[in-house]
Design a protein around this ligand. Structure first.
Ligand code: SF4
Length: 443
């Protein structure tokens, strides 16, 4: 099915010209949505992307990147520890989740999902911390037994509402505990805890009326250090109503992120593109992220995530036939660099793009190359073949090969360490227990 078949109100049509938009981008002027659409489409009066125009946009973005952040390419030593795949939200782009019914003690058949108790999460994090990681990232399915804390569980247990997606832990094979218990468990040894998307924060207050400020305050007290701005996908309701009708609205997502910033939590921002949306939706999303950053100043980086279509309901139901093209990926990175004039760092995700293309995108406006990801279930289970581990040796080799400077960073971009290509073996040195030893023995 082509994107035109969804009858969206927003279409990638403007009164601006490509040439004017490009001139503004080159001069460093703040771009309008129309400018962004012209650059993203290489001129909406043309059929398809015009290669020569695309190269001009990439070149402008690469120059802006060099002016803004120089030649360094950063990465972080991190671990993914996702607590559970149990989720009933039913987002059509997701193959990470498993129906939570399969996790109940009454379910007889085998399933491939998992839930970790707080103690199990802590063991995994302690082990990775000893290896030298700086950060643990944790993003999970919305398990019906999850509560924010003990007070929240009491509210959920006594609620007579039938619409709050709650079942007591006793009904499941394994108890994920509470969100705060998971935070306390993984907040060990000075590790940076990066967790609790707005969607998870919504789940963490269902049935209560605390508001996101209170939720993020309690999570911060329990050990949360920063918030992943994922679960946004595309911040335009007409797209969300197609791909994830069970999720919070774009306004609610923005409210949650604003509250996280208000309590002092740094955060990242993302876009997941290349499914049913068009270029106007992509640029409207960028505008909402830019406005959020104007209001808060707490966003450290922007992460374009290209939709991995295989094995997702969107693909299996014939609603999409493929993800974004190479040219679309390049333009997404480039226009993000040019449009988001208030966010310093644009990430190229090797998990989504693989190594060669990930490196190419570093010359289209990106300056961050993600993290080591000691484990990565989400992309692997959605059909991506590269959701594994990237060593410091890999990073130094790849980044040096394109003539850029490999730099280990902290999650909040406050600490940096340049790696000397003549100084192997390479390992992390910024993590609380890092001593320069490689994270894993070489294979
Ligand atoms: S994207 Fe998140 S909320 Fe949606 S189905 Fe997957 S795990 Fe659940």
């Amino acid at each position: 099915m082509s994107r035109q078949q969804f009858n969206f109100t927003h279409q990638p049509e403007t009164d601006q010209s490509f040439e004017n938009a490009l001139s503004k981008a080159r001069r460093g002027e703040r771009l309008t949505v129309a400018d962004g659409v012209e650059l993203m489409t290489t001129g909406s009066d043309q059929q398809g992307i015009v290669p020569k125009r695309k190269e001009a946009v990439l070149e402008a973005a690469n120059r802006r990147r060099a002016e803004q952040v120089g030649e360094e390419v950063t990465f972080v030593a991190n671990l993914n520890n996702n607590v559970t795949t149990a989720c009933n939200t039913g987002c059509l782009f997701c193959n990470f989740k498993d129906s939570s019914e399969q996790f109940r003690t009454s379910y007889q058949d085998d399933h491939s999902g998992f839930t970790k108790t707080p103690a199990e999460s802590q063991t995994i994090v302690r082990d990775a911390l000893e290896k030298g990681i700086y950060e643990v990232t944790s993003v999970s399915g919305l398990h019906p037994a999850f509560a924010l804390d003990d007070e929240h569980r009491e509210i959920l247990e006594s609620s007579e509402r039938g619409d709050i997606n709650y079942r007591p832990p006793s009904e499941y094979e394994k108890n994920p505990g509470t969100y705060c218990a998971q935070m306390e468990a993984i907040d060990v040894g000075g590790v940076h805890v990066h967790s609790m998307t707005p969607e998870e924060a919504y789940h963490a207050q269902r049935g209560a009326d605390w508001g996101y400020h209170e939720v993020y305050s309690r999570l911060q007290d329990a050990g949360l250090d920063s918030v992943p701005g994922t679960a946004a996908e595309i911040l335009v309701d007409e797209v969300q109503s197609v791909i994830c009708p069970g999720k919070i609205s774009t306004d609610e997502w923005l409210d949650a992120m604003t509250a996280a910033a208000d309590v002092g939590l740094p955060m990242t921002s993302t876009i997941m593109y290349g499914h049913v949306e068009n270029e106007m939706h992509r640029v409207l999303h960028l505008q909402r992220i830019r406005e959020l950053q104007d209001r808060t100043g707490n966003i450290t980086e922007f992460v374009p995530l290209s939709f991995v279509h295989q094995e997702t309901p969107l693909y299996e139901r014939g609603m999409v036939s493929a993800g974004a093209s190479n040219a679309e990926d390049e333009l997404m990175i480039a226009v993000a660099r040019l449009f988001l004039d208030n966010i310093d760092h644009i990430q190229s995700s090797w998990v989504k793009f693989r190594n060669a293309k990930g490196l190419k995108l570093l010359s289209c406006g990106a300056d961050d190359f993600m993290g080591t990801i000691l484990s990565e279930e989400i992309t692997k289970r959605a059909g991506g073949e590269y959701g594994e581990f990237r060593s410091f040796q890999d990073y130094v080799d790849m980044i040096s090969a394109i003539g850029r400077v490999p730099v280990e960073r902290s999650t909040d971009y406050q600490q940096f360490r340049r790696l000397d290509p003549d100084d192997s073996p390479y390992g992390p040195a910024l993590g609380p227990q890092a001593d320069g030893t490689p994270l894993l023995p070489p294979v």
